[in-house]
Design a protein around this ligand. Structure first.
Ligand code: M6R
Length: 364
């Protein structure tokens, strides 16, 4: 069943190019995005004052990137929340809201109850779900399936890349329908999306670099992830992945927030991982790297091939192909998943079945 791989997790990471293709390609017809049977017209979108994205864990982290994306492209305000908070805070929702629910399993109880709460208050619910016919899929008004296939490892990997892919399709479609982007940009980003599987393949070919880095750092007691913009969302996901399977303490911080307290924890030899894929935030990120390096940190950057500044600032750089900054999150998460995986393998952890965790959380 593992098809020659040592664990389901690494098998599933290697499936990413294919499942991203399966999620994106059938939704592009004659150069235009077509979201299956979801029929949100321009008029429907005009009525939506705010979008809520609700999910748990990794799906929530996809939602954080989704917020940045939808706001950037479609200019609709988006609030993103973890389901267990959302459902108990009497959220202000009406028929002027669209609620996007994200769930791999489609069975996470808090997420399902958040969906019911949203529907009860009159919102339209669009869910991004992987398991066909699951409870969340059945109870939503609209479903956009991620075609990630079965995900066995408790740590979610390929599902996250496909959740992001689905959010890109939604954001681009909404932006076009609202007249916020022009045809040329729309076409260019669709092309970028189509090229993502190739970019991930080249990352997978270089996996030894991360494997080697992990073999040198698996004794770390605490690891920080810092990033800005989309890279902040990625940092959260990289940190969760590392925690859940390697049991190493880790925190994710927005680059600019570090100096408001957490930087006190950086000392000689502390490992700091910096995804830095956003061209417009590069200068700011470089100064964050300088701040932590001045306190003795060892920095691993995840940066685009052509980024010469990253090479100078960080101790080690793992390069990703030169994709557009807008689509970089779908590509740059893969090295973070590989990092968590090799750290856990080095430590001899039960990668596919980490302690205290279940694949599908159907308790409150
Ligand atoms: O099935 P769901 O996407 O609703 O699951 C949500 C979380 O339980 C899940 O993403 C969890 O955080 C993973 N173990 C993360 O790797």
């Amino acid at each position: 069943e593992k098809a020659g791989y040592e664990h389901f997790m690494i098998k599933e990471i290697f499936e990413e190019p294919k499942v991203i293709k399966d999620t994106i390609n059938p939704r592009i017809k004659d150069g235009k995005i077509s979201l299956d049977s979801i029929n949100l017209t321009s008029e429907d979108l005009e009525k939506i004052e705010k979008i809520y994205i609700v999910a748990c864990g990794t799906a929530y982290h996809a939602g954080v990137a989704g917020k940045y994306l939808i706001e950037k492209l479609a200019r609709i305000p988006v609030e993103v929340d973890v389901a267990s908070e959302f459902r108990y805070r009497d959220p202000i929702i009406s028929d002027k809201n669209l609620v996007i629910i994200i769930s791999q399993s489609g069975e996470t109880l808090d997420t399902l109850f958040a969906l019911r709460e949203a529907k009860k208050k009159g919102a339209r619910v669009l869910s991004i779900v992987n398991v066909v016919g699951s409870s969340i899929a059945r109870e939503s008004n609209d479903v956009l399936y991620t075609w990630a296939g079965p995900e066995i490892a408790v740590a979610s990997t390929k599902a996250y890349n496909t959740q992001l892919s689905a959010l890109y399709l939604i954001a681009l479609d909404f932006a076009m329908k609202k007249g916020r982007i022009d045809e040329e940009f729309y076409k260019r980003i669709i092309e970028e999306l189509r090229n993502i599987p190739k970019a991930i393949e080249s990352i997978l070919e270089n996996k030894e670099i991360i494997q080697k880095f992990a073999s040198e750092h698996y004794n770390a007691k605490s690891i920080f992830f810092i990033g800005r913009g989309f890279d902040y969302a990625l940092s959260m996901e990289g940190s969760l992945k590392l925690k859940e399977i390697s049991y190493i303490h880790s925190e994710a911080y927005a680059g600019g927030e570090l100096k408001h307290g957490t930087i006190a924890l950086i000392e000689e030899g502390t490992l700091v991982i910096c995804p830095m894929t956003q061209d417009d935030l590069m200068e700011k990120m470089i100064s964050n790297i300088r701040e932590v390096k001045a306190r003795g940190a060892t920095v691993l950057a995840i940066a685009k091939e052509s980024n010469k500044q990253a090479e100078k600032a960080a101790d080690v750089v793992f390069t990703i192909p030169d994709v557009d900054s807008l689509v970089a999150p779908i590509v740059a998460v893969t090295p973070l998943q590989l990092f968590a995986y090799y750290m856990a393998v080095q430590k001899g952890c039960d990668v596919d079945k980490p302690r205290n965790l279940a694949k599908s959380v159907t308790v409150e």
